[in-house]
Design a protein around this ligand. Structure first.
Ligand code: ZN
Length: 155
């Protein structure tokens, strides 16, 4: 069995645990953390995802956010556009008036994260992310400031 590659940004699972119960092989898993300093903010994590990919890898990379009030997208990393997305999420989803707020007061964050989505996939060719010229991997914080964990899986 091929040894899993070990990247700089996390510890992959052992070779034995890399095969799921459905028999679908995951060649590699790594993770990294993201620290945010605002309640709603977008952070470019493209380099951190790229660093988790072995140099000779081919396949598909899944980036998965392990949280219910944060997400990840692929789009352009431009300051005003990041601000526009944060503004749009806050305008689309009002801060108050939700049932879940009776529990812990952050229903707006959950609903915004649901709109964003918790994972993206990117083609990988020769160890490089197959992103378009203007595409970046953007982490979307909807309930910061917090420290978050992001998984990188290579299939
Ligand atoms: Zn909650």
């Amino acid at each position: 069995m091929k040894e899993p590659s070990i990247g700089r940004l996390g510890t992959p699972y052992s070779a034995d645990t890399n095969v799921s119960s459905t028999g679908i092989g995951v060649d590699r898993m790594a993770d990294f953390t993201v620290e945010t300093d605002e309640r709603t903010t977008i952070v470019d994590v493209t380099d951190r995802v790229a660093d988790a990919i072995p140099t000779d890898a081919d396949g598909v990379c899944t980036v998965f956010v392990r949280h219910t009030t944060a997400g990840v997208i692929v789009n352009e990393n431009e300051r005003r556009l990041r601000e526009d997305l944060a503004d749009a999420l806050e305008e689309l989803v009002p801060d108050e008036g939700w049932s879940h707020d009776a529990l812990d007061g952050n229903a707006d964050s959950h609903v915004r994260a649901m709109l964003v989505g918790e994972s993206i996939t990117v083609p990988v060719r020769n160890g490089e992310l197959g992103l378009g010229r203007w595409q970046s991997v953007l982490f979307v914080e909807c309930d910061g400031p917090r420290t978050r964990t992001v998984d990188v899986l290579l299939h």
